[in-house]
Design a protein around this ligand. Structure first.
Ligand code: ZN
Length: 407
């Protein structure tokens, strides 16, 4: 969470306008399935309607196969990004070039420290994009690169497709996996040189957010809800690019996953916070359901929690009255950013590093999102008074951003 004071103290910056990055990638199974549904090339009626404002009413169509999820485990695609909170902590060392490689479809990992390397699928694994490209044609606007990195598609050339990279660069790819028909985008906060919060034992928010996003995506995919991650490996995505990815993919909801710091005051219940878009009733309902499910679930663990006094479902605005966080401000897609608990509190951090936490929290996130998609439940935990926060812009920008390998 953030707030000016905690911000200065330096926490998981939830990302000011200039902050936050988060990428995504959709599950390969779902992508493949939707491609099948739409006639083999990923185009067709399932096409996500990206672009329209606030509208995430994309297709409700459920999907089919969830291959690869036999163990209730990880989704194939990952996403990440978080921060809703205090000052950025991006001083952590980058884990290494290898970490930039995304997990290929079908692979999974079991814990926060798991990494994602594996065989890279070849061109024969995915159908080529043969339909219209970009908003004008109503065609594919996002795809997974050969290495599994989610990119936006902006045009076509004689040799392939013009795409925008996670860092915002423009390049060409000969082929990729179309990403269409997505209902949910999960965005693991941070990544790359932006590590976010860090526990006493060295678990960083960037990796924990990704592990939880994978777990939640696996759960959603298991329920036939087409889900994609903004990033499925450890690399940075500037906040505006996260928003662009979401709007290109066109999901009904974008949920950015974070863990907070520094530790706040002792509390009898989890200090979960959810930041929503002030002008969107859909975002507020999404936030209310996320808060309700996550707090109820985490409260079952016997932990000495910490919390801020105004924890709950919040709108966070700057001095100009605008949504302070980029993940709320920039995407037309309905979004919510959740700070699950305090990685900065040693007692909580012990729990957050366990598979039990990932299972419980992943299920809670999936339950909330499924309820959003299938009911009119309003959710709970709404805090009337907006929190005022003015981002420093210290993280989430494009400066020094290094793209992961796309091939
Ligand atoms: Zn964060």
């Amino acid at each position: 969470m953030l707030g000016i004071l905690s911000l200065m103290a330096g926490a998981c910056s939830t990302g000011g306008v200039a902050e936050q990055a988060e990428g995504n990638v959709r599950t390969a199974d779902a992508a493949t399935a939707s491609a099948r549904r739409s006639g083999g090339d990923g185009r067709g009626s399932d096409e996500a309607d990206s672009g329209s404002a606030d509208a995430d009413d994309g297709d409700t169509g459920a999907v089919q196969d969830r291959g690869g999820l036999t163990d209730g485990g990880q989704p194939d695609a990952g996403g990440g990004g978080n921060d809703g909170g205090g000052a950025p902590e991006d001083g952590e060392p980058v884990d290494g070039a290898d970490d930039a490689r995304p997990t290929p479809p079908g692979s999974r990992t079991d814990g926060p420290s798991a990494d994602d390397d594996g065989p890279t699928p070849g061109p024969s694994s995915y159908p080529p994009i043969t339909g219209p490209i970009g908003p004008a044609g109503g065609g594919v606007q996002a795809m997974l690169s050969p290495s599994g990195v989610l990119v936006t598609v902006t045009g076509r050339t004689g040799q392939g497709y013009v795409v925008e990279t996670p860092c915002g660069g423009v390049t060409e790819l000969a082929w990729g996996q179309p990403v269409t028909g997505v209902q949910v985008m999960l965005d693991p906060g941070h990544g790359g040189d932006e590590r976010g919060a860090e526990s006493a034992i060295g678990l960083t928010e960037a990796e924990l957010n990704l592990a939880l996003a994978r777990r939640a995506a696996a759960e959603l995919t298991g329920r036939s809800i087409v889900t994609v991650l903004s990033r499925n490996a450890d690399y940075r995505i500037p906040i505006r690019r996260r928003a662009a990815l979401a709007d290109a993919v066109g999901p009904e909801v974008l949920v950015s996953i974070h863990h907070n710091t520094p530790a706040s005051r002792p509390s009898p219940q989890p200090g979960t916070e959810v930041y929503v878009q002030q002008a969107s009733d859909r975002s507020k309902r999404l936030g209310g359901l996320l808060y309700e499910e996550v707090v109820e679930t985490l409260d079952r663990f016997d932990v000495e929690w910490t919390s801020r006094d105004d924890a709950g479902v919040l709108t966070v605005i700057d001095d100009d009255g605008e949504d302070a966080y980029g993940i709320a401000r920039y995407p037309a897609t309905t979004s919510a950013l959740i700070e699950m608990a305090y990685l900065g509190n040693d007692k909580e951090a012990v729990l957050l590093a366990t598979p039990d936490y990932l299972d419980a929290a992943g299920t809670a996130l999936a339950d909330a999102i499924e309820r959003f998609l299938t009911t009119d439940d309003p959710g709970t935990g709404f805090v009337e008074r907006p929190r005022v926060f003015n981002p420093s812009g210290a993280t989430g920008g494009v400066g020094g951003c290094n793209d992961p390998p796309l091939q």
